[in-house]
Design a protein around this ligand. Structure first.
Ligand SMILES: Nc1nc2c(ncn2[C@@H]2O[C@H](COP(=O)(O)OP(=O)(O)OP(=O)(O)O)[C@@H](O)[C@H]2O)c(=O)[nH]1
Ligand SMILES: [Mg+2]
Length: 460
């Protein structure tokens, strides 16, 4: 006591947070990490405190009064999530009792953890690399089963391994080139025999493949936004309900039924889709409906994909080319899938479907479910999402880093093709290495780390 911690600094603090979600639950966990964790565990939960054993204990405050009772767990450094001494109080999941327990840990010398600080420490102590740390957040936030599985793959290192595999080749090649530079007499020969270009091509191809998988991973993590728009009464809300498999939105035969936005989440073969049903588009003197239409158009402008719905009328109006259905102003036509609904109203659905079938048009019946599978696969295609496989979650920043790595590799290839000096190629390879290092956190700035971890919740 009294003597300053040998390493000093904020990161040697002992931190505490409630690790479970707020609200009432069967069990609630208070997690403590840092050099004093063990002493705090003993002070509140009693002696002795052997590592990695579930101990049933009373948790007492400073005056000896019982706050709660439950399971006390101690993980000795470095064999813990954070790599530090960690203690977990697994008590009853009530917000007040957990707050009292946390308060007692704070009184014992810990401080409240910042958002993501447990995971940040795991990263700093080499338990996880940065891409894996991000996967922890993505696993918790996973919006579909496939997204959770993908986050697990990233967490177990599937993505990082591929980054490391490429990076190892980059470093090898750099060593080779730099060695050649050290022997100027031989440099030209060493660099001219095509080996450098060949090895650069391998790196480039691997980067291209990884980027493609990574782009899938970003979709898996972020999902897409889908807006259903169209004239009143064409069956937009019926389509929403059909896609969700539940009667989420009110459906009536009165045009103008939906007036406000209806948001719902859909798991489309693993692709998380945030879907919004909107008010039917028409000019209306009704202020409420007009506002609904304004919001509908705004959603359509912001969506990744717009389902522009029209309907066969009972007179079996013949179906023409997609351009028959004017795309409302402000909506990017490339994002539109034209949906012709109420296919069940025609006596000859085959000919309608034959007429309709183009890349961006689908005929369906929200009532019978006909054409829905095709619509789902169109949405997936348009989103560029290929379900299944060994997908891992990834983020936009990973894509940007891979793009930088790719363009530096291209530069290096161009230099090699022109037989330019090895130093210049080595410099580009350094840039490739730096970009790859940013993904796994080996070359990341404090600002980037701060930004990533601050988006976690407290307790993670
Ligand atoms: N026959 C047939 N009727 C449908 C189909 N889809 C919807 N309808 C009917 O069309 C009417 C309008 O459906 P809604 O889903 O409320 O239409 P909407 O586009 O949401 O309408 P607004 O909210 O007013 O813009 C209802 O009577 C539905 O039962 C379909 O595929 N076939
Ligand atoms: Mg509606």
């Amino acid at each position: 006591m009294g003597a300053p911690e040998p390493h000093g600094g904020l990161d040697r603090d002992t931190i505490v947070a409630v690790a479970t979600a707020p609200g009432q639950a069967g069990v609630g966990i208070v997690r403590v990490s840092g050099p004093d964790a063990r002493a705090i565990g003993q002070r509140i939960g009693g002696l002795p405190l052997p590592a990695r054993q579930a101990l049933y204990r009373r948790f007492r405050d400073g005056s000896g009064e019982v706050i709660d009772s439950g399971v006390l767990l101690y993980f000795a450094a470095p064999r813990s999530f954070t790599g530090e001494d960690v203690v977990e109080f697994q008590g009853h999941g009530g917000p007040v009792v957990l707050a009292m327990l946390t308060e007692e840990v704070l009184r014992s010398g810990a401080r409240l953890a910042r958002p993501g600080e447990f995971t940040e420490r795991a990263f700093q102590n080499g338990k996880l690399d940065l891409a894996q740390a991000e996967a922890v957040a993505d696993l918790i936030a996973g919006a579909s089963e496939a997204a959770v599985r993908g986050a697990n793959r990233s967490l177990s290192g599937a993505f990082s391994e591929r980054v490391h595999e490429i990076d190892a080749r980059v470093v090898d090649l750099r060593v080779f080139i730099e060695a050649a530079i050290d022997f100027p007499d031989e440099e030209i020969d060493l660099l001219a025999d095509g080996q450098v270009a060949e090895r650069l091509s391998w790196i480039r191809e691997a980067l291209v493949r990884l980027r493609a998988d990574c782009a899938q991973g970003v979709k898996l993590r972020d999902g897409i936004r889908l807006a259903i728009v169209g004239a009143p009464n064409v069956g937009k809300s019926s389509l929403l309900n059909r896609l969700l498999g539940e009667a989420r939105a009110i459906v009536t035969d009165i045009p103008g039924t939906t007036r406000d936005l209806i948001h719902a989440d859909l798991d489309l073969d693993g692709l998380p889709v945030e879907i919004v049903d909107t008010a039917g588009l028409r000019v209306s003197a009704d202020a409420v409906e007009a506002e609904g239409v304004r919001r509908a158009l705004l959603q359509a402008e912001q969506a990744d994909i717009v389902l522009l719905v029209s309907a066969l009328d009972t007179n079996e109006r013949s179906v023409g080319h997609p351009s028959d259905e004017p795309v409302p102003e402000g909506i990017d036509p490339d994002r539109v899938i034209f949906v012709l609904n109420k296919l069940d109203l025609t006596a000859d659905p085959e000919s309608v479907r034959a007429e309709v079938r183009t890349e961006d048009r689908v005929a369906i019946s929200a009532t019978t479910g006909e054409g829905l599978d095709e619509l789902r696969s169109r949405i997936r295609e348009r989103a560029g999402f290929v379900p299944g496989g060994n997908l891992f979650t990834a983020r936009q920043r990973h894509l940007l880093a891979l793009d930088r790595a790719r363009s530096a590799t291209d530069q290096a290839l161009a230099l090699a093709a022109d037989s330019l000096p090895g130093e210049l190629i080595a410099e580009e390879l350094r840039a490739v290495h730096a970009a790859l290092g940013e993904i796994v956190g080996e070359m990341s700035s404090d600002a980037l780390l701060g930004e990533i971890f601050s988006r976690f919740c407290i307790g993670k």
